[in-house]
Design a protein around this ligand. Structure first.
Ligand code: BF8
Ligand code: SF4
Length: 632
């Protein structure tokens, strides 16, 4: 099959999905599409956030006839408590991921399974945290940093250390509003305590704690996840890769890695490169071993190793339906339990590796820091042994669904790229000033961070891709993470050729800096990188974050993590445009608080519109209004 053009359309992606659903029918497997039908219509009370089952006097549902639950909680209390519990769930997931990585760093040693890769980043963090480095062993410093990071989860007094990285103005706002997070675990526990039966019923207080718990994620757990991952496995730099289901290769042993924590995926990538493994694969008739990523794991390994990205959240079943996946190995988060029964319809081995994510019909091989290397080799061997079990009658690989992508724009990667265009302007070096000049002069109108998941409530990938294309046309740079990043990559928007889709200004910037117009900043925990990016830009520009012509957008979000993210992005002072309505619409007071109320507290809020065309128009108008307000 020929590769499609430079770009892949959503229609072409959907054609492939239809073919893969035929594969599912042939083996009598169900998929998310069929389950969505069974679940529709959704319960209206749940969807609008006014069903409470926090205590066993309930469940209580708010209707015009019954405006209060048995305890007297009204719609605002119930929707607010449910909303805060979503934030607590999201903050826990990101932050526990960050904690695991801290433990991995704590286990690192010069001759162990995990080593320090980015020494400079480690030394910078040690200096920031006042950890002695002079004349000390690298791993003693690493252990001290990891230990200090772990204390951030449960320290009894004070605020999170990373808050000091924010602008002075933000730090003051957080203190003034009483939302500066303390220890990470404390903000989750407080959220759960506040929402226990008989506690907070005041929506405003619930929204404030949502901002605070969100900040504990973005400026705490997630930021630690990103920082320690970079120290362990390297800070991403621009790297070439490919994306789409066509990255699966019929002639190779295909292993999919899926989830979030790089501790497992990094080991599998290394094990698959072992010479004896390669020879073993060849001895079984395969041309080699092909590792592909799904979801945020894909982002992590693509940015550091150029590993190809098979797809995003709603493609996890499609990957198995190609019939060429010997193994799908998962760790935590965003894993469909359906992968268990579905993999049984094929030869695919479905392997879970974390005690946090145990799933029926999986082979469980619990990963530990001490045994990781050997376990990864065992898993690769198991996948190779499975190659001969493939059923040729069940194979369908959409080979043309594959696009080039340049990924790995960490803040350091962006700065290095900017340095390549500043030449002799010494005062611009290692700053965001070249980018600021482009925005100030209007060559670029602004920037949008597009993040988050897929959600069957809207046409999957359509909102991500169409919104990005419209922004590019309007000279607005896009930075992206998570499943949104993979939507962009699959469509070809992370290829350098994508500058053809841009307005004249953005096209010139892309040519000069040799970048794609959609910059890949990583996984969802890496939205912490975006917080540091806007902070750096605000500091270099000398204005507040709220004044920047920069907004955030989650057009197809679905997870609790996304609600937590949205809260810290807003608390950081960035307007956030949502294409899926948060489940609070049963309370006018809550809707008002999350769209306008937070503006009085932190200077930003949500703009919600389920029509992607209207959403992107609102974003462009929002950016132009920010420009006008600072007179540019
Ligand atoms: O953390 S974007 S579907 S994979 S939640 Fe999940 Fe959503 Fe994807 Fe990564 Ni983020
Ligand atoms: Fe009903 Fe109140 Fe119990 Fe919720 S906490 S289930 S509203 S009685």
């Amino acid at each position: 099959m020929e590769r499609w053009d430079h770009f892949t359309t959503v229609e072409q992606m959907e054609e492939v999905s239809v073919k893969l659903k035929e594969q599912a029918c042939a083996v009598c497997a169900d998929t998310w599409e069929s389950r969505v039908k069974n679940q529709t219509p959704h319960c209206k009370l749940g969807d609008s956030g006014i069903c409470c089952r926090i205590c066993s006097m309930g469940p209580c549902r708010i209707t015009p006839k019954s405006p209060r639950g048995i305890c007297g909680a009204d719609a605002g209390a119930i929707a607010g408590r449910n909303y805060l519990r979503m934030v607590a769930g999201g903050c826990s997931a990101h932050s526990d991921h960050g904690r695991e990585i801290a433990h991995t760093l704590y286990s690192a040693s010069a001759d162990g399974n995990y080593k320090v890769t980015d020494e400079k980043k480690l030394m910078d963090l040690a200096a920031e945290w006042g950890i002695e480095t002079e004349g000390r062993d690298l791993y003693d410093i690493a252990h001290d940093c990891a230990y200090k990071g772990l204390l951030e989860y449960g320290k009894p007094f004070g605020n999170l250390l990373f808050l000091e990285r924010a602008t002075e103005e933000r730090q003051q706002v957080w203190q003034r509003e009483g939302i500066a997070p303390r220890a990470v675990d404390r903000e989750v526990t407080t959220a759960m305590h506040m929402t226990h039966m008989g506690n907070t019923a005041l929506p405003e207080a619930l929204v404030r704690q949502s901002l605070r718990s969100g900040l504990a994620d973005g400026w705490g757990g997630s930021m630690m996840g990103t920082e320690f991952t970079d120290i362990l496995f390297g800070t991403p730099k621009p790297t070439n890769t490919e994306a789409g289901l066509g990255c699966l290769d019929k002639e190779m042993v295909n292993i999919i890695i899926h989830g979030h924590d790089p501790a497992m995926s990094e080991m599998l990538v290394v094990a698959a490169e072992d010479r004896d493994m390669l020879e073993y694969a060849r001895s079984k008739g395969a041309k080699g071993i092909n590792i592909c990523g799904l979801c945020c794991t894909a982002n992590e390994v693509a940015m550091r190793h150029g590993i190809r990205m098979a797809g995003n959240f709603l493609q996890q079943e499609n990957a198995i339906l190609t019939g060429v996946v010997e193994m799908i190995a998962v760790d935590v988060q965003c894993i469909f339990p359906s992968l268990g029964p579905l993999s049984k319809c094929f030869h695919t081995k479905f392997v879970t590796t974390s005690p946090i994510a145990r799933i029926p019909d999986a082979i469980h091989m619990q990963f530990t820091q001490e045994t990781a290397r050997e376990q990864a080799r065992e898993m690769v061997r198991m996948a190779i042994d499975n190659f001969e079990n493939r059923d040729p009658a069940k194979v369908f690989v959409p080979e043309n669904m594959k696009q080039k992508a340049t990924v790995g724009y960490s803040c350091e990667g962006i700065i290095e790229t900017l340095d390549t265009v500043t030449n002799s302007h010494v005062d611009l070096r290692s700053t965001y000033k070249p980018l600021i000049e482009c925005m100030d002069s209007g060559v670029l109108r602004g920037a949008v961070a597009i993040v988050g998941c897929n959600n069957p409530k809207v046409r999957p990938d359509y909102s991500h891709i169409e919104i990005m294309k419209e922004l590019l046309k309007n000279d607005i740079l896009v930075v992206t993470t998570g499943c949104s990043a993979q939507a962009a990559a699959k469509a070809g928007l992370m290829s350098k050729e994508a500058k053809e889709l841009c307005g004249e200004g953005l096209k010139r910037v892309c040519t000069l800096a040799d970048i794609p117009p959609v910059l890949h900043m990583g996984s969802c925990v890496d939205i912490s990188r975006m917080m540091l990016l806007v902070t750096g830009i605000a500091k270099d520009w000398g204005i507040d974050v709220t004044q920047l012509p920069v907004v955030g957008c989650a057009p197809e979000w679905m997870s609790e993590k996304a609600v937590s993210i949205a809260n810290y992005v807003v608390a950081t002072g960035i307007d956030t445009y949502l294409g899926i309505e948060p489940q609070v619409s049963g309370s006018e007071e809550m809707m008002e608080l999350i769209t306008n109320g937070t503006r009085e507290m932190v200077g930003a809020g949500y703009i919600i519109n389920t029509d992607p065309k209207e959403l992107v128009k609102a974003m462009i108008d929002g950016i132009e209004a920010k420009r006008a307000a600072i007179g540019i």
